[in-house]
Ligand binder design. Structure first.
Ligand SMILES: [Zn+2]
Ligand SMILES: [Zn+2]
Ligand SMILES: [Zn+2]
Length: 347
């Protein structure tokens, strides 16, 4: 195979073992990330006024892309000079500079993904509202993976999230004036949507928080749910008279859809314990919730030792050998899987 790097000319540094640097035209240094971020968000806000399906999809994509670019701009600014924009790159490698000191360089063209951004923000102490970001990226993922329609209610929620997030991040992390960056029209548009929306959201959340939920995970999860029918996060507890959690259903303020406990409780548990479930797969941690041995709904929270839907409390130690019953074997409680297996053989 041809050596595409060619010979080292006199005075030129020999290429390192990991190959030549990316071509100049791909360097993030040359791209005005902030300008692109803002224009992407503005196009998104403009598209969101449309009634055409394609333009609504484009609104979601543009707003999401714009926020990622804002985050990248922060990482670009924090990257040490002459590090090839190290913090923006998916791969960072140590190398020795001319004085034999270790420096960290970005490698290749691949830039950070969302998970890496979260890790770098955390270790660099960069604050942003990941809750709002995750809601926006959730809508965007739904649209990319299924041919789903994006409802007006969903878009309003997304724009409101984007507005609050952009405003706070631009001011606190980039030291810029968001109003000047976005321009008066887009600023006013987002502000109007956001003010109405955030007020409604607060009212809905206060109603949900006033319920005496018997499970902490359920209480947290229910606040993060969106309507199954239209995607709006404006869910409130209904009927208004029910203050006890076992009578409470959810009602969507945007489309009026009602959702009963059998449906929203497992959704809320899955949402609240999403991270724990991920860690149980990746790090081998204990499974956070399982199907309830009593009602069979995926709402049995291991840490709480109780089903968030029917309230059933299973025995977690085996009545035969006394051992702890792991979550996966809870359906054979009060016996562990092994003892249940042995007894079924005896029959
Ligand atoms: Zn709805
Ligand atoms: Zn149950
Ligand atoms: Zn046993």
């Amino acid at each position: 195979m041809l050596n595409r790097r060619g010979p080292t000319r006199p005075g030129e540094k020999s290429p390192s073992y990991w190959g030549p640097p990316a071509p100049r035209c791909y360097n993030w240094f040359d791209v005005d990330l902030l300008k692109n971020a803002i224009s992407s968000i503005k196009v998104g806000v403009e598209d969101s006024q449309s009634t055409e399906h394609e333009r609504l999809l484009s609104a979601v994509r543009n707003i999401y892309a714009g926020i990622l670019l804002l985050y990248k701009e922060k990482l670009r600014r924090l990257s040490p000079p002459n590090s090839d924009e190290a913090l923006l790159k998916a791969i960072i490698l140590p190398r020795l500079d001319a004085d034999g000191k270790v420096i960290f360089m970005g490698r290749g063209r691949k830039t950070v993904d969302v998970q890496q951004m979260k890790e770098r923000f955390a270790s660099l102490g960069i604050a942003t509202d990941w809750g709002r970001f995750d809601r926006i990226s959730g809508v965007r993922n739904d649209l990319e993976h299924y041919y789903a329609n994006v409802s007006e209610a969903q878009l309003r929620g997304l724009i409101s999230d984007a507005f609050v997030l952009v405003r706070d991040f631009v001011v606190s992390q980039l030291d810029e004036d968001p109003r000047a960056l976005l321009g008066e029209d887009a600023w006013q548009e987002m502000l109007a949507v956001s003010e109405v929306f955030e007020k409604e959201r607060r009212e809905c959340q206060e109603l949900l928080e006033s319920i005496e939920w018997a499970s902490d995970a359920l209480c947290r999860g229910v606040l993060s749910l969106a309507c199954e029918n239209c995607g709006s996060p404006l869910l409130r507890a209904g009927p208004a008279a029910a203050a006890q959690q076992d009578e409470v259903g959810l009602e969507c303020r945007a489309c009026g859809e009602r959702e009963e406990r059998e449906s929203f409780v497992p959704r809320a548990i899955a949402s609240a314990l999403e991270n724990e479930l991920y860690l149980s797969h990746s790090d081998g941690n204990e499974t956070p919730y399982v199907a309830c041995p009593e009602c069979s709904v995926e709402a049995y929270v291991i840490e709480e030792g109780r089903c968030a839907l029917c309230g059933h409390e299973a025995d977690h130690s085996c009545s035969s050998c006394g051992g702890n019953i792991p979550p996966e074997e809870l359906d054979s409680s009060p016996l562990c899987g092994w003892c249940a297996h042995m007894m079924s053989k005896d029959d």
